[in-house]
Design a protein around this ligand. Structure first.
Ligand SMILES: [Zn+2]
Length: 245
């Protein structure tokens, strides 16, 4: 199966390939990850996700089309909603920064597929500068919470993927801009030792996730995520257990 812009996020591609976000889904809740792959559960598109896609589409050169396809960007008066006016402001800010733009000057939304740790992977890079570096664009609330999103996992897979496809080991960067009242912006390199550690973590877990994905092992239910809540049955519980939380 050859992946393109059209089928990259499709059900068939998600069944055949692992991706960083699917791996993270499994790490969070195996049952939720599996339900997503089977098309039984969709994560709702939040405004925050949509802001990310808005800025991605600008760099890809497809913002006009993106705005046409997403009427929810606009108010009933046909004005951009405040989050997307903010997104426009962030775009203006990062566009005027030469360093930021240099990192974002690679091939956009570059898709690669490869085999790693016995499973097939797909990935889509925000900016791929052949022979130089891999950069992912992040629009975040602030810098402080950046590591919570485990972008080291993404960096590890992207770096190894490029290496397997092209033979080159490239550094991985995050081009980050914040949604703060005054936008902050910097380029963060994820150190090689951190990427190596993240890759080892993936190597240890992916075999089990692949078994669950293909029905050879039952999924674990975390019991706490939105998916688990959506399918649970009510139980009788002791009121006082809530006091211990
Ligand atoms: Zn769950």
């Amino acid at each position: 199966m050859t992946l393109s812009e059209e089928n990259y996020y499709g059900e068939e591609a998600n069944r055949m390939f692992f991706s960083v976000s699917q791996y993270k889904d499994f790490a969070k809740c195996e049952a939720m990850a599996l339900a997503k792959i089977r098309g039984e559960y969709k994560r709702p598109m939040t405004r925050a996700l949509l802001v990310g896609s808005f800025v991605d589409s600008y760099f890809e050169g497809t913002l006009p089309q993106f705005m046409q396809e997403n009427p929810e960007l606009f108010t009933r008066k046909n004005e951009l909603k405040s989050e997307f006016r903010k997104a426009n402001e962030i775009i203006g800010r990062v566009s005027s920064d030469p360093m930021f733009m240099r990192f974002m000057s690679g091939e956009k939304q570059k898709i690669m597929t490869f085999e790693m740790f016995g499973v097939l992977w797909k990935m889509k890079m925000d900016s791929f500068l052949d022979g130089t570096c891999i950069t992912d664009l992040k629009i975040v609330a602030n810098f402080r919470t950046l590591p919570l999103w485990r972008y080291d996992l993404q960096g590890a897979v992207y770096q190894k993927g490029v290496e397997l496809v092209t033979g080159e080991t490239l550094p991985f960067y995050l081009a980050v801009a914040t949604k703060e009242r005054v936008t902050d912006l910097d380029i963060f390199q994820i150190p090689q030792s951190t990427l190596d550690m993240a890759l080892r973590e993936i190597e240890e877990r992916i075999g089990h996730y692949a078994e669950v994905k293909h029905g050879f092992a039952p999924p674990k239910y975390c019991g706490e995520c939105d998916y688990c809540k959506s399918i649970k049955r009510a139980a009788i519980r002791n009121y006082n257990e809530l006091l211990e939380m």
